[in-house]
Write a protein that binds this ligand. Structure first.
Ligand code: G4P
Length: 196
């Protein structure tokens, strides 16, 4: 998505070779016009997939997920992060370990909001090692729902997240695919690449 790539080039900062800082429009301050365009792009791509709910992981996935849900005219559900297991029969929970942040948390979903009739689109801001998306898929399966696909704003294509999700049979559609990060240099995989 041209608009997102241009924004990354204009305002993104490569923190070494691994981390891309996008605090001014995704992770801290949020650009609503960009988020609306992102929602339209995801809705356009997944419009024929029978999506009944959009699911995201708090917190930075919420803005693009909400815009996508609005464009698809379906509800959005937020998977919550709890520091430790909560004893509650009405919750599905799974442990997610983030290699990027070196932390673990319980990803949590209330049984009220997803069930076996749902076909779920997962939206998140970053795809790195894919641990968060894989945890979200585990919760959706616990709820006996199915996964329509995974929509990502910024995929770090030099990390194994996409491969991990594709290997499990899930479609990954990313709006910006970062091929390489270096100090003052960010390159992308072209938009019309066959494997997106
Ligand atoms: P992982 O398997 O390496 O842990 O990667 P995952 O895709 O699960 O991402 C873990 C967390 O790290 C996510 O944030 C993700 O957005 C963030 N992250 C990964 N790579 C980058 C990066 O290059 N830049 C930035 N800005 N963030 C990155 P989170 O813990 O879910 O937090 P939140 O921002 O959604 O609150």
């Amino acid at each position: 998505m041209k608009m997102l790539e241009e924004k990354i080039l204009a305002e993104g900062k490569a923190m070494g070779e691994d981390i891309l800082k996008v605090d001014s429009f995704v992770n801290h301050q949020v650009d609503p016009v960009l988020m609306q365009q992102i929602g339209t792009a995801f809705a356009d791509h997944f419009k024929d997939k029978g999506v009944t709910k959009v699911v995201t992981i708090e917190s930075s996935g919420i803005a693009p997920a909400l815009m996508t849900a609005l464009a698809l005219n379906v509800p959005m559900v937020i998977l919550k992060k709890q520091p430790s297991k909560v004893l509650n029969d009405d919750l599905y929970q799974t442990v997610v370990t983030s290699f990027t942040k070196g932390t673990s948390y319980e990803l949590t979903l209330s049984q009220k909001f997803i069930n076996e009739s749902d076909h779920v689109l997962i939206i998140d801001d970053f795809l790195a090692n894919g641990e968060a998306a894989t945890g979200a898929i585990r919760l959706i399966r616990l709820a006996h729902a199915t996964v329509a696909g995974v929509g990502i704003l910024i995929e770090k294509s030099f990390q194994p997240g996409r491969q991990k999700l594709n290997d499990q049979g899930f479609e990954v559609y990313s709006l910006a695919r970062v091929a390489k990060l270096e100090k003052d240099f960010i390159s992308f995989i072209p938009e019309d690449s066959d494997d997106n």
